[in-house]
Write a protein that binds this ligand. Structure first.
Ligand SMILES: *Cc1c(COP(=O)(O)O)cnc(C)c1O
Length: 387
């Protein structure tokens, strides 16, 4: 190829006509954003959405997804990050400094606990764990160094639904910021900003994606100053997301409420059936009164995620419970949730939550979009391994 040909492949004069209108969002991908002149380059501010400066700071595709997620959560500003865990890390790093303390619920998402125990501690940021079922206890724990209280509803694995209203009130009364991990609620089950929470993060990896093929997170606020603090840290840390991934979430968002309802209906049917089984000691699903915090769930939510745990009877060993999970055919063994495929994971609660007494071994189920009858038949055949 001659030099001319190569150059024309990069600097081709053709421009497609403007005005292509379609319901689907375009996918914009770029590192470099081109400025019409130097004055424009100098005057653009990446902190607001008045223009574009660099691919990392936003494209039409990511701005659109941020706006739609802010609407879903009932907030007004949103930033996207490459995973749910990155969203948690962004909140921690934007709000906390050496000498500060963060309070975490004792059933917090495991990697959030590990982030506090390793990276935050190394930066001189300390943490303590509070009982999410005890708002008065939280009020008592808040001290002068406390700068952030994390909330999670429902709690990871053990599914307790916390007394969000009073936990948030306790933090607010002391002027401490609150951040909610809203991955379970997904913006569908309840509206957290109405409760006065300052920051809402979500693992878009779960229900907003719905396909099990994207890792992404969001951090949403209603407060412009708080958003700017988060956006600054986001820029300093370089936490951009890929245009193709943002497009996948944009494609899935319109069906999130339908999918959430379908996961919910199947999960409740299966949890109700499991509650009747002699092998099952307890069903931990916020919509069931056997679950701690059921009254809080009932007050705040109508819907629930397709996620629940069961405590198998204490007479079964961990090895027997593992064999039950191995015998499942339609349920795959794996982490995460919110995708089309049902998943099961056995958890050793003593190792995770040594401080809390739970008799028996726990299995967490994420109910996918398969037929509930087929899933029940699969559970029934696998339970036979416990006989
Ligand atoms: C999955 C999950 C996260 C983290 O999301 P990733 O995208 O997997 O990093 C955070 N919080 C909760 C409650 C989750 O379930």
């Amino acid at each position: 190829m001659s030099d001319f040909d190569i150059t024309s492949l990069i600097h081709h004069p053709y421009r497609a006509p403007a005005g292509f209108e379609a319901p689907q969002a375009g996918v914009h991908k770029a590192s470099t954003v081109i400025f019409p002149n130097v004055a424009a380059m100098r005057s653009r501010d990446w902190r607001n959405r008045s223009g574009y400066t660099y691919g990392l700071h936003g494209t039409p595709t990511t701005f659109l997804l941020e706006e739609r997620l802010a609407a879903l959560e009932g907030g007004s500003h949103c930033v996207l990050v490459p995973s749910g865990l990155a969203a948690i890390a962004l909140v921690d790093l934007a709000l906390l400094s050496a000498g500060d303390e963060v309070l975490l619920p004792d059933n917090v998402y495991g990697p959030s606990r590990e982030l506090a125990r390793h990276e935050l501690l190394r930066l001189g940021i300390t943490h303590r764990f509070y009982d999410p079922m005890d708002a008065a206890g939280l009020a008592f724990m808040i001290g002068p160094a406390t700068k952030l209280v994390w909330l999670e509803a429902a709690g990871s694995v053990t599914m307790e639904f916390p007394d969000l209203e009073n936990l948030i009130a306790a933090a607010k009364a002391r002027g401490v910021a609150t951040a909610l991990d809203n991955t379970w609620g997904a913006g569908i089950a309840f509206k957290p900003f109405g409760l006065g929470v300052d920051i809402v993060m979500q693992a878009l990896t779960k229900f907003p994606s719905g396909g099990g093929d994207v890792l992404m997170g969001s951090v949403t606020t209603r407060d412009a100053a708080l958003h700017e603090r988060l956006k600054l840290a986001h820029m300093h840390l370089g936490l951009g997301v890929a245009g193709n991934d943002a497009e996948l979430v944009l494609r899935s968002l319109p069906s999130i409420a339908l999918r959430y309802a379908a996961h919910d209906a199947s999960a409740r049917a299966l949890a109700a059936w499991l509650a009747t089984r002699p092998e099952v000691a307890r069903v931990l699903h916020p919509a069931f009164d056997s679950c701690p915090g059921h009254a809080h769930w009932k007050k705040l939510c109508g819907a629930a995620a397709g996620l629940f745990s069961v405590m198998l009877d204490a007479r079964y060993s961990q090895a027997q419970v593992d064999a039950f999970v191995d015998a499942l055919q339609l349920f795959s063994i794996g982490y995460s949730w919110g995708g089309p495929m049902s998943l099961a994971v056995p958890y050793d609660l003593k190792a995770m939550r040594g401080d809390k007494a739970y008799a028996g071994t726990l299995v967490r189920f994420s109910i996918g979009l398969e037929s509930a009858a087929a899933l029940q038949a699969d559970l029934e055949q696998a339970l036979k391994t416990l006989a």
